[in-house]
Design a protein around this ligand. Structure first.
Ligand code: ADP
Ligand code: MG
Length: 478
């Protein structure tokens, strides 16, 4: 019927606008490398903040072994125990990591995951940090007796805070802005370490924040600790971001002393990347206009877990309005922003049943839509594929841009220089089709020969462990 062909036409038009041929992705990768240069040249020089992390030395096993030894000599029952706190999007995690043995290995790790009630994401700073500090205090209370720190010694914490922060020291930083649905206005411009420290004092927890790190920086540290060839880390979770190791003298905006290592980890804040080559559609524009941060985080809004499902919902809504795919009226639930979450989109996308029953169940449970035809369910799977493919291919272009900036996008005289990118985040971890597409696209963009020396590794929990390792290497006791 005319209505059905209208629905197909809407999908085709959307698909066409979302196209990401290699040529376009190479332009995106080139544009990213150019913006990286600009962001390193001056503050405000680019939409990419290219934040200096003050991590100039990624901890290796041997440096931590030394640290644990020194610390033991000074204090006989110190067990090399460090805490980490990871505040990302919807969940936060508290971790306890024990370092020891030969080569300062992680001998034990324990963690707990706590969800952040939505009202705290838009409330006051004190309330948010009190909640975090109390959860941490509860976790500390589960330490076994043999592990207690000695009297007079403070516990130390690596604080992974996955929002843009301007640092001048490893152990402090002011919040530039919130992203990913947080709008706690009175935290903006404040030192988040001071906020956390005050909250810990209020709940009676004696702990020192030894390192404040972005999750990408934590993942980079955790990744490098396991594999010395790790040069960059990318997060694909609720939001998206990347960090990499830059040569210190390639950072013109940095006027501090050059570190001994001559290296510096840069937190790109790539979620805010913007390029005229982006395959943006009317749906993206409307999503952005209705978001908490219009005009910002445009790259993130095309590729990360917070938004993929929402793009799908918006296209479905248009099909319902203009092609009556769900009957004469638009199902009310379909009009609710963010009601379709990316894990549900992923479940529909991966539905392998002949009658697409996972699609049917999700439509029923989320939108209260029943009696859909198989033909329509197939169209919906195709729509999920378009949105996920665009996101995955753009993510690959981002990684290719970093590889290019590092000069690792060519093979020099058969030189075998391995480059490893550590990846983490719920989207990467669980959305198989997204991950596969991203990895294939990276090969497509870099070419077979270069790709042979590139590895993408899942750094499981890297950000938390990495933060604990950085707390250890910045301990006040060494
Ligand atoms: P955060 O980014 O908040 O630190 P995670 O890295 O755990 O947290 O990522 C969580 C995000 O990952 C979710 O918001 C969701 O978008 C995405 N995600 C989780 N599970 C799935 C899944 N099964 N399929 C697709 N995306 C998923
Ligand atoms: Mg995270």
């Amino acid at each position: 019927s005319g209505k059905w062909s209208r629905a197909v036409a809407i999908l085709k038009e959307f698909e066409e606008k979302c196209r990401t041929p290699s040529s376009k992705l190479k332009q995106v990768a080139d544009a990213l490398a150019v913006e990286m240069h600009a962001g390193l040249a001056s503050d405000g020089g680019s939409k990419l903040k290219m934040l200096i992390s003050y991590v100039d030395n990624l901890p290796t096993g041997s440096c931590l072994e030394r640290m644990v030894k020194v610390s033991r000599e000074k204090n006989c029952d110190e067990k090399g125990m460090f805490y980490a706190l990871d505040l990302g999007g919807t969940n936060f995690r508290v971790l306890r990591v024990h370092l020891g043995g030969k080569e300062g290995r992680v001998v034990k790790q324990e963690f707990e995951e706590v969800s952040i009630p939505p009202y705290l994401m838009t409330g006051s700073s004190d309330e948010l940090f009190d909640y975090i500090a109390s959860a941490l205090a509860k976790f500390v209370a589960t330490e076994s007796d043999s592990l207690h720190v000695s009297p007079g010694r403070q516990r130390e914490l690596g604080f992974t805070f996955s929002f843009p922060v301007k640092q001048t020291l490893i152990s402090s930083g002011t919040l530039v802005k919130w992203t990913k649905g947080f709008t706690v206005e009175d935290t903006v411009g404040e030192d988040v370490v001071a906020e956390l420290t005050k909250a810990m004092e209020r709940v009676g927890l004696d702990m020192r924040v030894a390192a404040l790190v972005n999750d990408t920086v934590g993942t980079l540290a955790g990744g490098r600790y396991n594999d010395p060839d790790v040069v960059a880390a990318v997060i694909l979770g609720t939001g998206t971001n990347a960090a990499y190791v830059e040569r210190a003298h390639a950072i013109p905006k940095w006027h501090g002393l050059l570190p001994k290592s001559e290296e510096m980890v840069i937190n790109m804040e790539w979620g805010n990347f913007h390029s005229s080559h982006f395959p943006l559609t009317e749906y993206d524009q409307e999503l952005d206009a209705g978001s908490l941060n219009p005009g910002e985080q445009i790259f993130e809004k095309m590729i990360s877990g917070m938004y993929l499902g929402e793009v799908v919902r918006r296209v479905l809504c248009k099909m319902a309005e203009e092609a009556a795919i769900f009957g004469d009226t638009v199902p009310p639930k379909l009009k609710t922003p963010f009601i379709l979450r990316t894990p549900n989109m992923s479940a529909m996308h991966h539905d392998t049943s002949l009658d697409l029953k996972v699609v049917a169940t999700n439509l029923r449970d989320i939108f209260e839509i029943s009696n859909t035809s198989l033909k329509l369910r197939k169209l919906i799977v195709e729509l999920c594929d378009v949105v996920a493919t665009r996101g995955a291919r753009l993510s690959a272009a981002g990684i290719a841009g970093i590889i290019k900036k590092l000069g690792r996008d060519t093979v020099k005289d058969g030189e075998k220089q391995r480059s490893v990118v550590a990846l983490d985040g719920g989207l990467y971890e669980h959305y198989t089709k997204f991950r596969t597409c991203m990895e294939n696209t990276l090969r497509e963009l870099l070419g077979e020969e270069v790709f042979r020396n590139i590895a993408v590794e899942h750094s499981n929990d890297g950000s938390g462990i990495g933060a604990a390792l950085l707390a250890a290497s910045h301990s006040q006791y060494i």
